[in-house]
Design a protein around this ligand. Structure first.
Ligand code: AMP
Length: 472
């Protein structure tokens, strides 16, 4: 393995790469003006056809990095499965597929298919029979398909492992082996991972050919994130500090990271009792509830999400304004990963970390990693707590009909904004998510009552659907 000798250059333009003009044009229409450090370092290697191991966390622009390499390599006219991306969770797979479709929108007829667990197997067989260029999915389900023979990988020339460390942590090693065994040996392999435990080294040695290692240093990555640290004496003070920091930073979207599920639940409950707009996200929740929580946070119906690290994996919110570390993370890499959820690709973000004496050694480790001295700052004065809590601007309405009932976002928007004595303005309608059997629409709270009325009385696809407001 050799390390990339490219000097990282944050200002590098995409046009310095040999990309097809359609892809380049689309990048500028997406507002991607310059490459992020990981893109600048990994793209030349990947485009040259080399195997690459890259340290890529969420927020670094890693998806676009491998997505561009993938699209550049793809031969659209050959309607065969040519590339496959394996992800640890369904949420991440969905996001990756979304980003690839976004990058590919200037090229016609590219078919991306997601294959994840937690969804029925049968329809996936049907989709596979229709064919695809690109597969994105989770190892368990993909393994099932390759074993059953419903997914054939003979034409695969690019394999991407995303968040490889997480896949190993989740016990997917055997599934990965099984899948990789059924891919052509002359393929190109790319591996993205936030951390590099020994297992990753072992795996990379067995599945990759002379890979280039690309590491983006922590100091380079954190540049647009303002970090602040606060010292507390005990857990009571810790909760108080959290309330003060929330009040002093009234923003649309904040994530509070806790180290355990129990703490996640307790902090969420206490904040809720205190009038904050908050939901919890952790692994004990049913997948359906997790999906719903993520969706409500992303559509701005909830201002604060209290989450564990594992549950927050794959959380993709473009405008996450503030990250609060209720405790300092167990290790520095996790800390850097957490705070990287704010200050995404170019915009600036705020990371607030609370610690007690017991965690001082972790602060010491962070100082080494970040190469800076950490000084505790004063907490805001407590009179700020007398002010009203910031409430989310939007509210989510659940509609008991989805793709299977042929409900489309346009139908929902149409029903809401239909002319009449009381139309709702398009600007008051937020994100619309249509799932298999349900759909969710965010509306401005001012328009909630009217929206519920219009959706329950009005018709979509010639029939009416049950609707309900999801109160926080
Ligand atoms: P990721 O690390 O792949 O989760 O990407 C983080 C976010 O940055 C995504 O919302 C991307 O759409 C966005 N992004 C990726 N590359 C760029 C870029 N070069 N310029 C601006 N935004 C980007």
């Amino acid at each position: 393995m050799h390390e990339s000798t490219n000097t990282p250059n944050n200002n590098q333009a995409f046009s310095s790469l040999n990309l097809t003009p359609e892809l380049l044009k689309n990048l500028s229409s997406l507002g991607y003006e310059k490459m992020t450090p990981i893109q600048a370092q990994s793209l030349p290697e990947m485009l040259a056809g080399k195997d690459v191991i890259a340290q890529g966390k969420t927020g670094s622009g890693k998806t676009a990095a491998f997505g561009l390499a993938l699209l550049e390599k793809l031969q659209v006219k050959r309607f065969r499965i040519q590339s496959m991306i394996l992800c640890p969770t369904r949420e991440l797979a969905d996001q990756v597929a979304k980003e690839i479709r976004k990058l590919a929108r200037a090229i016609h007829n590219i078919k991306v298919l997601t294959l994840c667990g937690g969804t029925p197997f049968g329809p996936q067989i049907g989709s596979l029979e229709h064919g695809a260029h690109i597969i994105v999915g989770t190892p368990g389900r993909i393994e099932e398909h390759v074993i059953k023979g419903t997914l054939k990988l003979d034409d695969l020339n690019l394999l991407i492992l995303d968040e490889a460390d997480r896949m190993l942590e989740m016990g997917f090693e055997a599934a990965l082996d099984n899948i990789i065994d059924r891919t052509p040996v002359d393929r190109q392999t790319l591996l993205f991972s936030a951390t590099f435990p020994k297992q990753i080294k072992a795996i990379s040695e067995s599945i990759m050919t002379e890979p280039t290692l690309i590491k983006v240093s922590a100091s380079e990555d954190k540049s647009n994130i303002n970090q602040h640290f606060y010292h507390v004496a005990d857990d009571e003070e810790r909760f108080e500090a959290t309330r003060l920091l929330l009040m002093a930073n009234p923003v649309e979207s904040t994530v509070i990271f806790c180290n355990t599920k129990k703490e996640t639940q307790a902090v969420c409950q206490s904040l809720h009792n205190d009038g904050f707009s908050v939901l919890a996200l952790h692994g004990d929740l049913e997948q359906r509830d997790r999906d719903q929580t993520l969706l409500r946070f992303a559509n701005k119906s909830v201002a604060i999400l209290v989450a564990t690290d594992v549950a927050a994996r794959g959380l993709d919110i473009d405008s996450l304004d503030v990250v609060i570390n209720y405790h300092i993370a167990h290790d520095s890499e996790v800390h850097i990963h957490r705070i990287g959820r704010t200050g995404r690709a170019g915009s600036s973000g705020i990371a607030l970390s609370i610690y007690s004496d017991k965690e001082s050694y972790k602060v010491g480790l962070l100082e080494d990693e970040l190469d800076q001295t950490i000084k505790a700052e004063l907490l805001p004065a407590s009179d700020i707590l007398a002010k009203p809590r910031l409430q989310a601007k939007m509210a989510t309405i659940q509609i008991d009909g989805g793709k299977k009932q042929k409900v489309r976002p346009g139908d929902i928007l149409g029903a809401l904004t239909a002319k009449g004595s009381s139309a709702i303005k398009g600007a008051d309608v937020g994100k619309i998510n249509v799932l298999d059997n349900k759909a969710y629409v965010a509306v401005n709270k001012k328009a909630l009552k009217l929206a519920l009325e219009k959706l329950s009385k009005g018709k979509m696809k010639g029939r009416s659907f049950k609707v309900r407001y999801l109160a926080v």
